[in-house]
Every structure is written in C-alpha cells, then in structure tokens.
Design a protein around this ligand. Structure first.
Ligand code: SF4
Ligand code: SF4
Length: 666
C-alpha cells in the first residue's frame, strides 16, 4: 500500500485499488508494480492492491479509505464493469462519495486474459490505469433518476416456459398478457406423448396448466397473435400486438366442432401441421382436442369462402352460436407493461439438410417429432406405429445427434436428443414389439434419474450401437435387405462397419433457434449468441436477464434444454420480473445525453439516428429534445450532432480527451 498527498495543488484526491482476482490478474500482471507506479501519479492519495477487491473486506477497505483519507475520486482496476461496476459504485456511496466519481479499469479481460507476456501486460495495465486516473478528475457528481414501473407483465410464447412464467406471475397477483402466435398454447410439449425419464403422459401434466392459464382471472390469453412493435423501456414498455383473424369469434365459439363435421369438405383433405403432416384436416379445424382456447379457426389458404366468396358456408350454418365471421380482419392492440418475459422456444433441425439420411426421399425415414405424433393416442394413427404404406415395422433404427455436435451443421449438443431417443425406443418397442436400434455418438444422461432411465432401456432389449450413421440407403446386398432401408455405420466399439436392415428410421433432430429469432431479437432489442439463441446477461449470475433491463428470457429460446430445466428457468424469469415490479420503480443510469438548447441549430440530424427513438423535435423552439427515460446512452447522437450541441453524462469531452491523453502520455 502507498499513501501520499496529491502532488499538484487543486487536483482531486484519487484512491486507486488494484485487484489480484486470485491469480486471474496477478498471474499475468505484476500487481505490486502497477500499485507502486500509480502511487506516484499526480493526484493519487492512496494506492492499494488486494486479493479480491470485490469481496466484503475489499469493499470495506475502499469505503473506510474514502472517509479516512478524504478521497474525492476512485479508480478500481479489476475485472469487467459488467460484473462489478455496480459493486464498487456502492462501495463508493458507502464511503460517502458520489458513485459517479468512480472509474473502473478492466485489466482482467483487456490485459491479463489476452496477453502472454507478463512484462507487456503489466505495461498495458499501467497505461490503462494512468488514463483512468487522468479521466476521473473530470467526473461530475450524477444522480440516478427513478421512474415508476407499470405492474403488468407481457409473456411472449405459450409453450411450457411461457405457461409456467405466466401462471407464476398471475398467482403472485400480477396482470399478465400471454401472447402466442399459434392458435393454441402448449408449444412442442403438447405434441409429445410421454416425457422422460418418468414416462408421464405429457398431456396429463400439461393440459391442466393450459386450462389454468385460460381460467386465470389475472391472465389475458391472446393466441394466434404476434408482437408487432415494442417501444419504451424498463418499467414502461408500450407493446403493439397483432391479432390475426380466426374468422370465428373467440368469445362465442365453445369448441363443439359441429362446424368441422358440417364443412363442405366431407373428408379431411389438407396436411395437418400439428400432426407433422401425417394426418389431414379440413379448412375449419382445431389443432387437438385439448387445444386452449378450445376455439376452431378457418384457414384462409384452403377455405373456399375466404378464397372465392362462393361457398355454401355449411360450417357457419351448423354453428348455433353464430360464431363465424368471414369478414374478420387483423387487429392491432396496444398494451402497457413494466416487464416482458420472452419464451419463444425453438425449432427442430431440418432433417433434409443431412442428405445421407434420406429424409423426404425414403418414406420410411421419419423425424422424432413425427414419431411423437405416431405414438400419441390422440395422434393420426391413435398411437399405432405404422409406416406410410400402412405396414408395421419389424425393425426400427434411431439415429441420435442429427444436426447436433456436427461441424458441418450445428456444433452444439441438443441436450435432449439422447434422452428423447431412449424414450422413443421404449415407446416404439412397447407399441410395436419391433427390434429397436439406437445409433449414438456418446450417451448423455445428466439429469435427475436420467442415468437410471438409460439402465432401464438397456434391460429392455433395445440395441445400442456406438457410431455416427454414415448413410441410409435402399440399395440391398442380401435378401434380408430387399425392400428395406439399410443403415451403414462404423460400430466404433466392435471396430467394423455394419449394415443393419430396418423398416423405419427415426432421425433424432437437434434444437435450433426459431427461424425468426433475429427479427424477434431486434424487435425486443436484446442480443443473441453466435448460434442465434437469445443471449443472457451473464451465463452464471444473470441467466434469465438480458442486456435490456426489464426483458427476461426463459426456456429453449436461450439454449436447448429439457422440460425440467425450462420450467425452473421460467420460474426464475418470473421471479426477476416480480422483483422489478414489486420494487415499484427503476433507477435509470445517468449516462444519458442532453441537448444544449442554445447551441442546437435545429438541423434534426440526431432524430432519425437514435436507435431508441429517444429524440423528438420541438417544433415551437426548433430544438431537439432527448427523453432521458428512453435514452440508453449509446452516444450515437452526441457523435453525430454537427454543431456539437449534444453532450453525454460520463462521456463529456473533458473526460474522453483526458483519458486519451492519459493513455498516450507516459
Ligand atoms: S364455431 Fe360454432 S360450431 Fe364451430 S366449434 Fe365454435 S361453437 Fe361450435
Ligand atoms: S445517446 Fe442519443 S442516440 Fe443514443 S439512446 Fe440516447 S438519445 Fe438515443
């Protein structure tokens, strides 16, 4: 530790603290050397190093020094401000110093972790710290403003994540609007037959929750709807929702399905999306018997009335509740919410991309989701495992990791395909008695009771072959292969190439971000990782928060995950939203921009540039006006203003130029 007096008159007294971060920083930076160096810089009154600055003793040391040494500015060289800027601001405040008289220097990510030469890294740390000491002198005391938080919440996505988050919030007394783009809630889970590892009936555990959503007095359920626009910021979002026409009035329809029977199409004719195209439906339909809301809808692509205006409309005639409205139009509704939970889910990998497996070419090749519908009692075959030609398979091959853990497609593990492959192997064997082969690379069973489930399957006579299937072909080499599919695989345990004839192939496809994830990300102004899944603020410490305050993520929109993890995360997202709402207010970062009215020439250059629509133009005064509640401090306007009349708190010219000079001047 070094203490001294400021070496120049009138300089504010700076306290400097450098953290070892265990060996994270001290392993590559000579912390003692930097500490001694800074002690000699003009204005530095205290210079100390400590093993973990962010710990309680570290923070207490800072607070105590501020009081005892009458410190007027604070510089901490440690890790990322993302992680601990707030920690040290609070320490400054505890010492009686305005928290914005503080500057943090990230010598961990910017020096220790990115260099291999200790001497050079130490020199760089000195440069960065010198710049911060020069800059912090020009800091001004700022105050965080408080704005009230709207107590209502929006949940986007009606899969199990959205359902659980909405119910948690509603049970806590909050008004929730749940927006789902499909005609029913339930998401992928509603398509499943059983869930691993307990083999619970998916519908039995899901549909009571779906009904609870519909019946909950605090939940407004908008299915067949999409979020169109999001304005505002934490605590005060204005959201525009597009409600698509069902051509049936939701409040009148009771789901008796008389209209479906009465439709002029006597037989179901069109591919049924919910059943993965394995079944057929009419132009008026309902996805599945337990759909929520239980309201039919009319498909404008196939309904004669909607296409030509010339149908007998037998469906409408059969409806004694007069629920049909062929003139229904898209509606835009606006809601005000304080917090948003995004639970927009995933899409499954398109198995056609792996040509070698013949999906779409061989009728005997299915995706796992198709098999989920086939084994489902309410599916297109009432649970019977039959091939497209109506025959029963004698042997079934299940290929794990299709579109997962593959450099050519998706590098990531789907986290669920091992387990759902085991589940399907069990169900196929149970329903059909067929021989079942699982082709796997590694078996990943890390959840509670998952390994036991694997053991159970091993005891059921299911075959396991370790090796990535190279090809599926209908080219027969032996009489047993005639008219069947042959799976060619290198058995990496036995050490030779095998050809296994089967009648049905199940491709266990991986999980991907939704096709429109980028669009949704932009609409909600959140980030995403390189794979396209939504980005959490911190993988360990803030796994459901995003970089946009007030917007939380839950479920497989963040990364592939199974149902238990999804539900746990949805509960966490709901809890974060509750904490925000129950606080009643949010404090805004004061790093916002402001217009110096006298200098603004009214050119309006800044208005269209602001990505947060925080700038308007006062026509009477002919000046730009910045709404500090909406301003996120990105600095675009300050950089673009041709007259230099926009200034930004914490990024004033003095601060920036002294930092630059500080880094350049040894
Ligand atoms: S639209 Fe009418 S006939 Fe059709 S399900 Fe609803 S209530 Fe029944
Ligand atoms: S700094 Fe300027 S451009 Fe950026 S959010 Fe604030 S007002 Fe908009």
């Amino acid at each position: 530790m070094s203490e001294n007096k400021p070496k120049q008159e009138n300089l504010p007294r700076v306290g400097f603290y450098i953290c070892h971060c265990g060996s994270n920083i001290s392993g590559m930076i000579d912390v003692a050397e930097v500490q001694k160096y800074v002690a000699g810089l003009p204005g530095v009154a205290v210079s100390r190093d400590y093993k973990y600055m962010c710990s309680d003793p570290g923070q207490e040391m800072i607070a105590k020094d501020i009081k005892e040494h009458k410190l007027e500015r604070l510089v901490v060289a440690a890790c990322s401000p993302n992680l601990h800027e707030e920690t040290f601001r609070k320490a400054a405040a505890r010492g009686g110093l305005n928290p914005f008289y503080f500057q943090m220097v990230n010598i961990r990510e910017h020096a220790a972790w990115v260099h291999t030469d200790k001497k050079a890294a130490t020199e760089k740390a000195k440069d960065l710290v010198r710049a911060a000491v020069a800059r912090v002198r020009f800091h001004q005391a700022l105050e965080k403003k408080r704005v009230p938080v709207d107590p209502n919440v929006l949940v986007v996505g009606g899969g199990i994540a959205g359902i659980h988050a909405a119910l948690t919030l509603a049970n806590a007394g909050k008004k929730v609007t749940l927006v789902e783009r499909d005609a029913t809630i339930g998401g992928h889970m509603a398509m499943f037959d059983k869930t691993f590892p307990t083999l619970d009936c998916a519908a039995c555990i899901l549909t009571p929750k779906m009904s609870a959503v519909k019946a909950h007095p605090n939940i407004t359920l908008w299915t067949y709807s999409e979020v169109n626009k999001v304005e505002g910021s934490v605590g005060n979002f204005k959201v525009t929702v597009k409600r698509k026409p069902r051509y049936v009035k939701e409040d009148l329809c009771v789901g008796c399905m008389e209209c479906i029977d009465a439709c002029v199409f006597k037989t179901p004719t069109f591919p049924d999306k919910f059943n993965q195209g394995l079944g057929k439906r009419k132009p008026v339909y309902i996805d599945f018997p337990q759909a929520t809301p239980k309201v039919v809808l009319v498909d404008p692509q196939t309904c004669i009335q909607l296409k030509t205006g010339k149908c007998k409309k037998t469906c409408a005639e059969a409806c004694d509740r007069n629920a049909f409205d062929f003139d229904q139009k898209e509606e835009l509704k606006e809601i005000q919410v304080g917090a948003i939970v995004l639970a927009t889910g995933f899409k499954t990998y398109d198995a056609k991309r792996d040509h070698q497996y013949g999906y779409g070419r061989y009728p005997g090749v299915y995706t796992a989701l198709e098999i989920e519908r086939l084994v489902n009692a309410s599916g297109p075959t009432s649970g019977e495992i039959v091939l497209r030609d109506g025959k029963h398979p004698r042997a079934v091959g299940i290929v794990h990791c299709v579109g997962s853990r593959d450099e050519k497609t998706n590098k990531w593990c789907s986290r669920v395909c091992c387990m759902y492959s085991l589940k399907l192997a069990h169900l196929i064997k149970e329903h059909s008695g067929a021989e079942v082969y699982n082709f796997y690379i590694d078996m990943r069973a890390p959840g509670k009771a998952y390994e036991e489930f694997y053991d159970k399957l091993l005891g059921e006579g299911v075959h396991f072959i370790r090796g990535r299937v190279a090809e599926i072909t209908d080219w027969a080499m032996t009489p047993d292969e005639e008219g069947r599919l042959v799976m060619r695989v290198e058995d990496t345990l036995a050490g030779f190439v095998r050809r296994i004839p089967v009648d049905m192939v199940v491709l266990s496809t991986g999980l991907e971000p939704q096709a429109d994830a980028q669009e949704v990300r932009r609409r909600f102004n959140i980030g995403c990782g390189t794979e396209g899944f939504f980005q959490e603020r911190h993988p360990k410490l803030a796994p459901v928060n995003t970089f946009t305050d007030g917007i939380y993520i839950a479920g497989a929109c963040q990364a592939p995950r199974d149902i238990p993890d999804t539900v746990a995360q949805a509960g966490a997202a709901a809890a974060e939203a509750l904490a925000l709402i129950d606080a009643g207010f949010v404090e805004l970062e004061p790093n916002t921009s402001h217009v110096i009215e006298d200098e603004c020439c009214g050119c309006k250059s800044c208005v269209p540039l602001c990505p947060y629509t925080a700038i308007t133009f006062d026509e009477a005064k002919k000046k730009a006006v910045i709404n500090e509640v909406l301003c996120k401090g990105c600095g675009v306007c300050a950089a673009a203003c041709p007259s230099g009349s926009i200034r930004q708190n914490l990024f004033e010219d003095d601060e920036i130029f002294s930092e630059i000079k500080g880094v350049l001047t040894k």
